[in-house]
Design a protein around this ligand. Structure first.
Ligand code: SOE
Length: 378
């Protein structure tokens, strides 16, 4: 383990703070990273909640005012695991204080809100990174390697889905600790910013920029109780969103996300069809990559199901022994491995704030198209 320590100030202590804390705790056990993260301070408005989180994960200090964590000279990195409406203020203050900054996705509610965040980290010259963790699932990283090798040839189609079912019940409230994702003021949007943002991030990474979009959104439950005030309020988020797009490379995109697909808990899939080969991946079977190569001999040609668990496949050489799979949590370990290595060598790991701004721009275009019924240029 490197004796160069990197003191983490974790802002927020919900589900994402758990995934990030687990990753910081373990990254140096599996990878030879140039810094060893130290869980220094965890911050939540609710000090009791922060104390319970600190006790569980081993943070040394507890804070209820994020500004104190940002001002603390002992802290090297601010990690923002807060509702989307709070990312910008904390990230800009952290950059101005000279800290490295990690933000949960999406970078902000809109591109307009994200732009000053990008400007702040670039002006301060601080390392910055957005947690689009699915890039770092070994099978997804392998898909990227195959695409970059040119094996697919010219790309014709990119399609992706992210399907869930947890908001079908109209009694699920909006706002508050566990349901802020349903409150437009906090989240900015519904499935577009929360789920399609993941699909868009992967799509841009694998298939290049999106040129223009046409979208359809729906809000199936029009009113929900606010979890904090108890008052019924109109719902401002998109419960479902479908969009078509054209990529700069000439291929067509087809995306769908909903929280109303009964039976699907987190069915994230993508498929890419090229001239010579196709690739397909599914989060419910995340260690497998489906690959069809038209160049295979005709009699044995067919879809291969590659079990991505061997030492020469992305990240797997550092895990158990060949054949033994890893899962969702490890994607965060991999992303921080990339981030820490990028910090040390001066070649920032992607997605940086600037990279993630592009995803915000596509999300904005999708929502603008759904509102206007027109194609929108990104
Ligand atoms: C929503 O349920 C959610 O937790 C997203 O916020 C995450 O980004 C996604 O990875 C899983 O689903």
């Amino acid at each position: 383990m490197s004796d160069k320590k990197l003191n983490v100030g974790m802002i927020g202590c919900g589900f994402m703070a758990k995934t990030h804390s687990n990753a910081y705790s373990n990254v140096a056990h599996f990878f030879d990273v140039p810094f060893t993260p130290v869980l220094k301070t965890v911050c939540d408005l609710n000090a009791e909640r922060a104390a319970a989180f600190a006790a569980k994960w081993g943070y040394e200090n507890v804070e209820s005012d994020w500004r104190k964590v940002v001002a603390d000279p002992a802290i090297d990195l601010i990690d923002i695991c807060l509702p989307n409406n709070l990312h910008a203020e904390v990230a800009i203050a952290a950059a101005e204080a000279g800290k490295a900054v990690v933000s949960e996705k999406p970078l902000a509610r809109t591109a307009a809100e994200a732009e000053p965040m990008v400007a702040a980290v670039e002006k301060a010259g601080v390392p910055n990174f957005v947690s689009f963790n699915y890039r770092r699932i070994p099978a997804v990283a392998l898909a990227k390697q195959i695409i970059d090798s040119g094996k697919l040839g010219k790309i014709f189609h990119y399609r992706a889905n992210f399907l869930q079912d947890w908001t079908i019940n109209a009694n699920v409230p909006q706002g508050g600790k566990d349901t802020w994702r349903l409150n437009v003021k906090e989240a900015g949007s519904g499935v577009t910013g929360d789920l399609l943002a993941h699909c868009i991030d992967l799509a841009i990474w694998q298939n290049g920029p999106v040129k223009d979009v046409t979208a359809l959104t729906e809000t199936f439950v029009k009113e929900r109780k606010n979890a904090v005030t108890g008052v019924m309020e109109p719902v401002g988020i998109d419960d479902a969103c479908t969009f078509l797009c054209r990529f700069a490379n000439g291929s067509l995109g087809n995306f769908e996300s909903t929280r109303y697909a009964r039976g699907h808990k987190a069915l994230f899939t993508f498929e890419i069809n090229g001239e010579h080969a196709s690739i397909r991946w599914d989060l419910h079977d995340l260690h497998r990559l489906q690959f069809f190569d038209h160049g295979d001999e005709g009699t044995v040609r067919g879809w291969r199901s590659i079990h991505v668990s061997d030492g020469d496949q992305p990240y797997m050489g550092k895990w158990w022994v060949p054949g033994l799979a890893i899962g969702y949590g490890e994607s965060f370990i991999h992303q921080f491995k990339e981030f820490l290595e990028g910090m040390a060598c001066g070649k920032p790991a992607a997605p940086t704030f600037r990279d993630a701004l592009e995803t915000n721009r596509v999300c904005d275009a999708v929502l603008a198209s759904a509102a206007s019924g027109q194609w929108v240029t990104v």
